[in-house]
Design a protein around this ligand. Sequence first.
Ligand code: ARG
Ligand code: ASP
Length: 729
Amino acid sequence: MKFLKLLLLFIAVQMHAQQGGMWIPSLLEGMNETEMKNLGMKMSASDIYDVNNSSLKDAVPQFNGGCTAEVISSKGLLLTNHHCGFGEIQSHSTVENDYLTDGFWAMKLEDELPNKDLEVTFIVKIEDVTSQILNGVAALGTEEEKQKKIQENISNLNKTYPRESFQGVKIRTFYEGNQYMLFVTESYTDIRLVGAPPSSIGKFGSDTDNWVWPRHTGDFSLFRIYADKNNRPADYSKDNVPYTPKHFFPVSLDGISEDDFTLVFGYPGRTTEYLPAVAVAQIVNETNPAKIEIRDKALKVADGFMRKDKAIKIQYAAKYASIANYWKKWIGETQGLTKSNAVQVKKDQEAAFQQKVLQAGKQVEYGNLLADFDKNYKDILPYTLSRDYFMEVVLRNTELLSLGFKLYQLEQIQAMRGDQAFNDRKNNLRDGSGEFYKDFNAQVDEKVFEQLIELYLNKSPQQFIPENLKNTNIAQLTTSVYGTSKMTTYDGLKELLTGDTQTVLKNLNNDKGYQLVKSLGEAFLKNVNPKFEEINTKLSALQRTYMKAQLELNKDARIFPDANSTLRVTYGKVKGYEPRDAVAYEPVTYFDGVIEKYVPGDYEFDVSQKLIDLYNKKDYGPYGENGKMPVNFIGTNHTTGGNSGSPAIDAHGNLIGLNFDRVWEGTMSDIYYDPAICRNIMVDMRYVLFIIDKYAGAKNLIDEMKLVHPKSKNQTTNKQKVKAKSKKN
Ligand code: ARG
Ligand code: ASP
């Protein structure tokens, strides 16, 4: 009986490894190609990644560090999400030309808008450099020495690895330090805005629909890569020309049906799929609830003001969206982990793991791992929590405190690096804070502070609260900080930062706001962070060994490395799901759903008359399907933050969709991927084309794309296959 249970568990672990996963593009051939073909893929691994010939990877750059984009024409036209281009669209907007509200379309190259500090980075090649990076490491004694040596090896290889003058090199660890990969990159910095739908399309449903299926959002925007005359990266110049890509995606007009093969190619940011049960339990029971409570309060305050005051609404729109995004994600994640029993699943996997260690006679190496995890996670918990409170309350959600912390760092710079460094940083802060104050409202922030500092002082681990702040009267503290601190206005800040070093330091230390941040900051840096780092270093080492053990003891299982912002392939099928009893979701949404959700005048669900007219006319051209216009669809591709803007690719390598989100029940996929309910959400490319063509009238953009009909072309082949199969059966 016991054996049977373990066997079943083992199979479950293996099955788990078969589904989901974010794979390294250069290793697909051995790892994934067969499974991909079984799922319906008609390409080979080398069509996706090839060093010597052009392949799909040549059309998939990272967009501005945190998103993904894809090249969709021979003239460097680039597609990504509306929420990825949001900052650029906003920065070109004025009250007269409000591209966020009305959209923007360049009808010719000269109308395209250059952007400061925007870059896209292509991967030229990927190489395994594990042996170089780990050279001489094993012989060293302590974890600190090992890490130092690894950093040295990385920086040496970084300097010496051969490359062209216009290329870069990045080295990243995989499997928690068990493998190292080197990436040769090419970054383009002249990237111009080409098109964006109005937010009522690109951000339709806003925060209410965020992380939710069924969805109806046209979350896309268009840019163009410019290069110098030799097609090389170059900073903006009017002499630059549209970039000629090594590869660009043809766009499929044939759309998708349930069970079609899909591949999503992009730059997933961070996952933690191999945490032990004890760590997952801490996320579910301790850290997520604390962070959610903090943001919940901050958001309620901001929302109250934003609903009453238009100017505040504009000032806080972007900040609100970004705080709400992860607040909502953590709620979904906690619910999902609870509902799927993730902690118990992990515990069962750990029991099976212990058994394997025993069978393999590896008790000495791996026998204590789980007990060590338990001990260290128990030790680190108060530090983790305290750190989360500091990050969320001081650095993230109370604006006066986060600015104050920068001033506190200024004082530290003076102590460590002297007057010159101090002055440079001081001038920088003084001149650069205009942006901050443009969107700052002291009244809003005061209310946020009052709520959040109360949580901080009463709910974060009490042993780390500075003595002088214990038993504080919150209302008095709030009035004294916001009633007197010079940091509440830009003029006040400039005043604080005027004069010689001694004057500035004296003024700062007399400011009530500054005094508070300083005492919180000092307590954190002295009593919390060092110990956190110390235990965390041990935990990283344990995680590395745990990963090594899993790789070693599951030789036949395919185990994918956690996301680390490097290029990955994930694949699956178009698929609905059943989130709870008696509820089943279809995999595709239609234009009809946009109109069903439409609420005139609502800030999340309003649409323009033009879109309603198009709906009434039903003039979908070649983009519709049986008189209906598909909008979004979902699939079983394992994605995470950073995959936004990733191409969704069909069996032949054509573009069918644009990734932008995940479904509510599956947001826990960063920690525990459950194939039954984890789905990624994509915009159907036909909706993108429809908006560009029929809504914006930007036929010029449609004309430079390559539109294809892969399904119609293959219809006979498919039929023949089906026949052949039925004969065999
Ligand atoms: N949830 C998606 C992602 O994590 C989309 C976020 C943008 N949309 C929003 N309403 N904030 O990035
Ligand atoms: N919306 C996310 C992004 O911006 C994608 C996700 O988390 O699924 O990358």
